[in-house]
Design a protein. Structure first.
Length: 484
């Protein structure tokens, strides 16, 4: 028996428009795009995303009714859609609309926060009152700082019009392309295609005001060939930059090559890490860069600021203006995101500060790490294929998953290879190998760099979006063979 994959309508949170735009009774209950014409009659379309002028109206309403010494208001308003597929069939196709307003009120160092999804004047005033009530009942926060003063923001490429207008039809087009390619190879496909457009805003009693639109599109695909799998993923501001066909063919190739995997003994190997695998190890390193643990002496980097921690050819930069990254114009506190070097020619140059630790250290501009790019200085190889051709014997790793910290004192991590692990001999992939578990520290292995490519896009289920090179690393420790 064959089943039809029908789109499912997901009920959205009740976002109510304000300022006379829509009446209180006009609650958002469904996306009428999915409904047949006979049912669409009588349903109202969703209102537009909260504009800059509308957010200013809301912010002024909050500040007018706040009795606190300081007040901060933040907006998140997003319309998003996701198409999910499994076993070569679409299993879900939904659009959602979520809007929320959060208000923080402070009396001295006591502060409280309340939120609402109802943007009517009465609900906003009630939210302000609840935040004030929470603040009065809260103890002093010794690290509390008033909202920042007005800031200057650089224009960053946070939105793309093709993603903003993309709807179910565009997502279904890309989904069917991936499924169709897999069906032609008699392989199974599972994954998602998603797109979203949202507006974000921050305003405060200090005169701070920031608002911008952000788009996001994502594609993830796992191809099944018996027990073997191949995988590819992408994220971008532009839905047209997901390169669905190219990544689908890559995942198909890995799944087909993964049949009849041989088992190799655990031990130390030269490895060729694809960008996603490199990103997984570096993301674990990012999480340990906080200034508080550095100051307490509990950080693996304590005492190493300004010292070389990885290969001297490697530089890690934050590049919020890069069109292939997901940089933002400002942080949740209204601070501008900035271009900055975090690791310069192997040396640790920055730490992750909150406003309190930055003030203690006399740091005026707080570096951000919302759009990381890792690059290598000097001679590089153009592609991953060139890394393979130049390898005498190595293990090629598509991705790592379930990466966890084993020893925080030297940043030893453990995790497993996934979705395509292969043996390379004399410049060619000769067979698939069963997956390994590893025990390694990125601080050690990224001092064992033999070769690297130019940076390329990388994203995994456990990391954000990065630009990193594929890399050949010597002496990588696989501690055991996994049995699943």
């Amino acid at each position: 028996m064959r089943y039809l994959a029908l789109p499912i309508v997901l009920l959205a949170l009740p976002l109510t428009a304000y300022a006379g735009n829509i009446k209180d009774t006009d609650l958002i209950t469904s996306n009428t795009f999915f409904l047949p014409p006979s049912i669409q009659k009588g349903h109202k379309a969703w209102p537009k995303l909260t504009s800059r002028e509308e957010f200013r109206f809301l912010a002024d309403l909050v500040l007018k009714h706040s009795t606190g010494d300081h007040t901060l208001v933040s907006l998140h308003d997003q319309q998003s859609g996701t198409t999910r597929f499994a076993n070569n069939h679409i299993v879900q196709n939904v659009d959602t609309r979520r809007g929320s307003l959060r208000v923080t009120v402070a009396f001295g160092r006591r502060h409280g926060t309340a939120g609402t999804t109802d943007f009517t004047a009465g609900a906003v005033q009630e939210t302000v009152a609840r935040a004030a009530q929470i603040a009065r009942l809260s103890p002093d926060d010794p690290e509390y700082l008033p909202p920042v003063e007005p800031q200057h923001y650089l224009t960053t490429p946070t939105t793309r019009p093709e993603t903003a207008v993309a709807g179910p039809a565009r997502r279904l087009e890309y989904t069917n392309e991936a499924i169709g390619q897999c069906r032609m190879e008699n392989l199974g496909a599972a994954g998602i295609v998603s797109s979203s457009v949202g507006t974000v805003g921050v305003a405060s009693s200090s005169g701070l005001f920031a608002h911008e639109e952000r788009t996001d599109a994502r594609f993830s695909l796992t191809v099944h060939a018996g027990e073997a799998t191949g995988w590819a993923a992408a994220a971008h501001r532009s839905i047209d930059h997901l390169k669905v066909q190219e990544r689908t063919l890559a995942a198909i190739g890995k799944a087909k090559r993964g049949l009849e995997a041989r088992e190799l003994p655990p031990g130390r190997y030269t490895v060729i890490l694809e960008p996603a695998a490199v990103a997984g190890l570096w993301y674990a390193l990012f999480r340990t860069l906080d200034a508080k643990s550095y100051e307490k002496g509990t950080s693996v980097f304590s005492g190493k600021l300004g010292q070389v921690i990885v290969d001297k050819r490697l530089t890690l930069r934050n590049m919020p203006a890069h069109e292939d990254l997901l940089g933002m114009g400002f942080t949740s506190e209204g601070l501008p995101t900035v271009a900055s070097d975090w690791i310069t020619e192997g040396a640790l140059a920055q730490l992750a500060h909150d406003r309190f630790t930055a003030k203690e250290r006399g740091i005026d501009t707080i570096p951000t790490l919302d759009a990381p790019c890792l690059s290598g200085r000097g001679s590089s190889l153009p592609t991953l294929q060139e890394l393979i051709k130049n390898a005498e014997r190595a293990i090629l790793v598509t991705n790592f998953w379930y990466i966890r910290t084993v020893n925080p004192t030297d940043l030893t991590l453990t995790g497993m290879t996934r979705d395509g692990t292969f043996l390379v001999e004399k410049g060619e992939i000769v067979s698939a190998v069963k997956n390994f578990r590893f025990h390694e520290s990125p601080l050690r292995v990224f001092n064992q760099v033999a070769a690297f490519t130019d940076p390329s896009e990388a994203i995994t289920s456990e990391t954000g979006k990065l630009l990193v090179p594929a890399m050949t690393l010597r002496d990588f420790h696989f501690s055991s063979v996994t049995r699943f």
